[in-house]
Design a binder for this molecule. Sequence first.
Ligand code: AMP
Length: 542
Amino acid sequence: MEGLMMQYPLTTTAILEYGNRAFQHKKVISYLPDGSRHAYSFGDLHKRCKKLANVLTQKLGITKGDMVGTYAWNHYQHLELYYGIPGIGAVCHTINIRLSSQQTEFIINHSEDKVIFVDATLAPLLEKIAAQLETVECYVLINAPEGFSTTLPNTMHYEDLLEGQSEEFEWPSLDENQACGMCYTSGTTGLPKGVLYSHRSTYLHASTVLAPNAANCSNRDVVLLIVPQFHVMAWGFPYMCVLTGADMVMPSLHLQPEAIIDMLQKEKITKANGVPTIWLGVYEAMKKNPPKEKLALQEYLVGGSALPASLIDGFERDFGIRGVHAWGMTETSPLGTVSRLQRKHAQLGQKEQLEIRAKQGTEFPGIEMRIVMDDGSIAPRDGKTMGELQVKGAWVLHSYFKTHNQENFTKDGWFRTGDVSTIDADGYMQITDRTKDLIKSGGEWISSVALESALMSHPRIKEAAVIAIPDATWSERPLASVVLADKNETVTPKELMEFLGRDFAKYQIPDQYVFLGEVPKTSVGKFNKKEIRRLYAEGKLT
Ligand code: AMP
């Protein structure tokens, strides 16, 4: 028998309309690229999203199902795009500004973006590849100063377009299963892959993330959105904050520790998110120069890489601020687990408590996880047995955009994360390794395979194997072990860095090189990265 409840589509427009009805006076504060502070209310956001909808449909010819790219920092205009684009039934494709030119070109052509909204400070990055972009009809510049010039073709200005537009717009009725946003992940082998979120998955993710067991946000909070809107939808915070009525602070490119501390103080921020590298920087800066008044910040949510127990401990001891560890992936919208102590843990000593809090945590309602061992059996939840972490749930993808590749999915409908983990008897998951041949540095991926093939294309190099090594600031950094083609020749790390600089972004280039007689191999002749990592850990890789 069917239930007798209304069909109420869970859409991003429903979130925007709710924010406007329930929290019209709540604030969105942006620190814009030029350093100025901009503030407006959820009511203003609502009006401007309607103006934007008129621009998209009437001036730019965007229709349902079209892809619209954004290449922008966190600020109110990007927030308007997060609601305006899906609101008319198009897809908001957020493009990661940290990817290499080749990856960016591939992504834009693959997704078939019709228009790209680009921050003026980022326009030079797109200028380099604009001639190769096959589907982009025009570029809309955001925050361009007077007299700004660019070689991008067919440019318009965001504010000019919105100026004089009507604040009336009737949102089309949308099916909640329609696509609303897209992010590409480079956290897999091969080419970047598109993850296409639906209105429903976005709504459910946001309304689950705000809960006390998760990001713990309410209408009494002021939230600093550090995770970029160009990376995994800023962890859904732009939707979560409107649903919960929290004031939002958007830092655009002001991500240096001093700038963040300044915002924490001035805006009386109570909650924030970010990768460990950011919070490590903030902690170090606060230790050097402690704020005169206690910050309003209660807790910061960390994911993307493992949150070190030492950082949780130091921040809390020195400043009374709680680090909360979460795990997720682009493929899981992204948040899948969070680690919070339960009442029964109160009796544990501080060390045991820290051990639990440094785990990646328990799954959100709406997400299921399991550990699968090499023989295909499910590992017991004993906190010891390791295997591949697999997940399924209401905001986990079931296939990548425009691919039929099913290798990341099991026959019984689970997504294979490529993370190697344990789950303990209380349900806390802990990542112990990853099967992906990738390095995660400062929250962004570096492909060891791409670096190896580039290095091996150097005329004086015979073999190159790249591994991740732990790094206190960036979580991980790449280390290249290299075998020269002719032992009598030399090549310096500086030469190799310059050589790689032609194809790779600066942060992707290894800063450490070791020269070996031979790269250790497995029985089938593959590079034995486990062995290289072991040699490095034992100090034998010199
Ligand atoms: P991305 O899709 O770029 O967000 O990357 C997702 C991957 O980042 C995961 O599969 C993990 O390998 C890694 N990751 C995310 N959160 C954590 C965490 N809290 N601890 C360790 N690794 C993490």
